[in-house]
Design a protein around this ligand. Structure first.
Ligand code: CA
Ligand code: CA
Length: 264
């Protein structure tokens, strides 16, 4: 099976986006659809997995156990001959007594970056975007992909007590990190993020990660029912924090945003 998958990916290796096949690449084995707590592949960082949405409606679930505070990316690459129209989902594997996905879910049709928070690890799920919802029509041995979950190097901007600025996410699944030193005693954080172009459908959310607590301590998705722009207004403890800005709308097309921080 590994040999066949490698051949499918290599057979059309003329495009510049074709994945390089590692000599130690692993192959997925069905069933790995996540219909039980143990029905998944177990991945470690930097491994390459070769798989296929091999039958109509197939779902491929990968579990990765990572320590808190890691900056990560799930990279999906398609050979030129692949018929897959990918949709990647990253979600927590269950923490704090909640079901999987109760704490964190993010979808994108390309690479997904995220910061690991708390204990328990994450699921990375590969689907065909045409199978979302009640439709399960897409899938065949030609719906091939390569998946690698590895350390990411998103841009990091150091903020101080009062800062404003403008940034652009690198893609729908990218993150932007801001580092804030909350000193020894912490303080009141106000972090305001507004998208630049409403028609670009950027739906940002902000998660405040404490490197001391090794978990998120504040977050917001939408400031109101009529605005998807996030506004975090919360007290935080001392120590270093990352303010993670990301997008939760897979169809977004414009990624510029303005931010304003007040910390006192
Ligand atoms: Ca599969
Ligand atoms: Ca599967």
């Amino acid at each position: 099976m590994r040999f066949l998958l490698a051949l499918v990916l290599l057979a059309a290796s003329t495009g510049c986006n074709d994945p390089e096949i590692h000599s130690n690449a692993l192959e997925e084995h069905e069933p790995n659809d996540g219909t039980s707590a143990t029905e998944h592949e177990t991945a470690t960082l930097a491994e390459q997995w070769l798989g296929a949405i091999g039958t109509a409606g197939d779902v491929d679930v990968y579990f990765v156990d990572v320590a808190p505070g890691q900056r990560l990316v799930a990279r999906l690459a398609l050979g030129t001959g692949s018929e897959l129209q990918p949709l990647l989902t990253v979600m927590d594997a269950g923490r704090g007594g909640k079901a999987a996905g109760g704490d964190y879910v993010k979808l994108a049709t390309g690479d997904v970056q995220w910061v690991s928070m708390g204990q328990g690890g994450y699921y990375v799920i590969v689907r065909d975007v045409r199978n979302v919802g009640s439709s399960t029509t897409a899938g065949s041995p030609q719906h091939t992909y390569s998946l690698i979950i590895e350390a990411a190097t998103p841009p990091v901007v150091t903020l101080h007590g009062s800062d404003t600025g403008y940034d652009v996410l690198g893609s729908a699944g990218a993150i932007q990190l801001y580092e804030l030193d909350a000193g020894s005693g912490g303080g009141d954080l106000l972090f305001d993020v507004k998208r630049e172009i409403a028609t670009g459908k950027l739906d940002a959310r902000v998660i405040v990660y404490s490197l001391t607590e090794e978990d998120w301590v504040a977050r917001q998705d939408d400031r109101s029912g009529s605005s998807v722009d996030p506004l975090v207004d919360a007290p935080i403890g001392g120590g270093l924090h990352w303010l993670v800005v990301e997008n939760v709308e897979p169809t977004a097309t414009a990624f510029g945003f303005e931010y304003a921080l007040t910390f006192q």
